[in-house]
Design a binder for this molecule. Structure first.
Ligand code: ADP
Length: 426
């Protein structure tokens, strides 16, 4: 018997978000970074989420990477494939959501799939095919200014129609509230009209449950992590998934505790301020980092001096918008960011090899840099610290004990996140 669910996620933190929801709904979940190149032992695994970087890359690359992930997941026996994208449907008129979905359908020999971006718990809902963020339409939510994929049209049927040559359909709320049988009948009618991709209205958790009941046996589903929360109950009903006591059970954590932060988001700055009122931290400055290795050496010495006691140690480049602007004016925006990412990645590598066993990284790009420097290829997903951020665990080559890792993207987490994260692990 293979895994139940195989997911292809179009970015790293989106993959973790889905994996986190699957664990919370009772699936033992592994997140892999890119398509694995070696055989994995999946005996105690119900779901695998393959994290790709296919949200904003050229269409052909997104399609070929997604198909490679699909083929690998098919080889692991996945009963259902989930294409995970952002709950704000981040894409351009060229793609990549439409073309990737078409390619996955073709490869699976399937005729239709649903598109369920909604995540009501996070205020993302869809009504009459229009996506809302809180009480605003998508195109009036701030997403219209996104640097890579500005979303200027909240009508998802129209948006998706620009990304696929096939007609796009709608499963409207009135049909959904009539129940799964009605919803399925509507989808079947659309199939007979050649509709391959169907945008689904979703207002709340109850709608997600009806949708999950409607599509649990389809070869392919697509959407945000909200749908991931609802599907496991259906898998259990079908007898595909057994009950486990704690799907997020990890091996006991060991080693010292380190926080590396490259996130300059508002939430992270408050978390740092809160942490520094109780514990010690070392501030990195990109301008000093660019001038010589002296600051990196000082940061290493600071951490080495303190890492043997029980308190977590923080090293951060996180700074206020004015400070960031100053560094960017001096060094250039890309170079300033790279300096910081390289420094934090170097510190992670050195300090993990010296006994750090619990590592918390703040910042999406920063997490990517640290994960790749450490050579992490897979993460077993544990229990949630705050919505969207679980503890995870990985086994690094040459290390006896597993490394516990939490990767927090910018705006996630409550103000006491940095200290509480280690308390919940203890
Ligand atoms: P978030 O998830 O909050 O967006 P990211 O890590 O994705 O965080 O992005 C923050 C970016 O800012 C990274 O590229 C990081 O290297 C850069 N950065 C961090 N500190 C500074 C600083 N003091 N000056 C300039 N850039 C910085």
């Amino acid at each position: 018997m293979g895994i139940v669910l195989g997911a292809v996620a179009d970015d790293f933190t989106g993959a973790t978000d889905l994996a986190n929801n699957l664990v919370r709904a009772g699936m033992r979940t592994l997140q892999v970074i890119g398509v694995p190149r070696v055989a994995l032992d999946l005996a105690d695994t119900d779901a695998v989420v393959v994290a790709l970087k296919s949200r904003s890359c050229p269409v052909q690359e997104a399609v070929s990477d997604s198909l490679a992930a699909l083929n690998w997941l098919g080889g692991q026996g996945a009963r259902q494939i989930f294409f995970k994208y952002c709950s704000t449907f981040d894409s351009t008129d060229d793609g990549n959501i439409g073309p990737v979905t078409d390619a996955l359908l073709d490869q699976l020999g399937a005729r239709q799939t649903v598109m369920v971006p909604a995540f009501p718990a996070n205020g993302r809902t869809v009504y009459q095919g229009h996506l809302f963020v809180g009480d605003r339409l998508l195109n009036d939510s701030g997403m219209e200014h996104h640097p890579l994929n500005p979303m200027r049209d909240a009508d998802l049927v129209r948006t998706l129609s620009r990304q696929t040559p096939h007609p796009v359909g709608l499963l409207a709320h009135a049909t959904l509230t009539a129940g799964a049988a009605q919803a399925r009948a509507h989808l079947n009618k659309l199939v007979s009209q050649g509709v391959r991709q169907v945008i689904c209205d979703t207002l709340d958790e109850a709608d997600l449950r009806v949708l999950a009941a409607t599509v649990a046996e389809c070869p392919l589903v697509t959407g945000g992590s909200g749908l991931g929360q609802a599907l496991p109950a259906e898998y259990r009903r079908l007898g595909w998934l057994k009950e486990v006591d704690n799907a997020g059970q990890l091996a006991p954590a060991s080693g010292t505790s380190l926080i590396l932060s490259g996130s300059c988001s508002r939430a992270t700055l408050s978390q740092i301020e809160h942490f520094l009122s109780r514990y010690e931290g070392f501030a990195l400055d990109p301008i000093a980092l660019a001038a010589s290795d002296e600051q990196l050496d000082k940061a290493l010495a600071f951490a080495r001096d303190r890492l043997n006691n029980t308190d977590p140690v923080l090293i951060y480049a996180s700074a206020t918008p004015d400070q960031v602007k100053h560094a960017q004016d001096q060094l250039g925006a890309a170079a300033a960011g790279e300096r910081v990412e390289r420094a934090l990645a170097t510190l992670a590598k050195a300090l993990v090899s010296e006994g750090v066993g619990k590592l918390l990284v703040a910042g999406g790009e920063t997490s990517g840099a640290v994960v790749s420097a450490l050579g992490i290829r897979q993460l077993r997903i544990g229990s949630q610290i705050d919505p969207g951020v679980p503890w995870t665990q990985t086994q690094l080559p040459g290390h006896q004990a597993p490394l516990s890792v939490a990767l927090k993207s910018g705006n996630f987490g409550g103000v006491d996140f940095f200290s509480r994260a280690f308390e919940v692990l203890a």
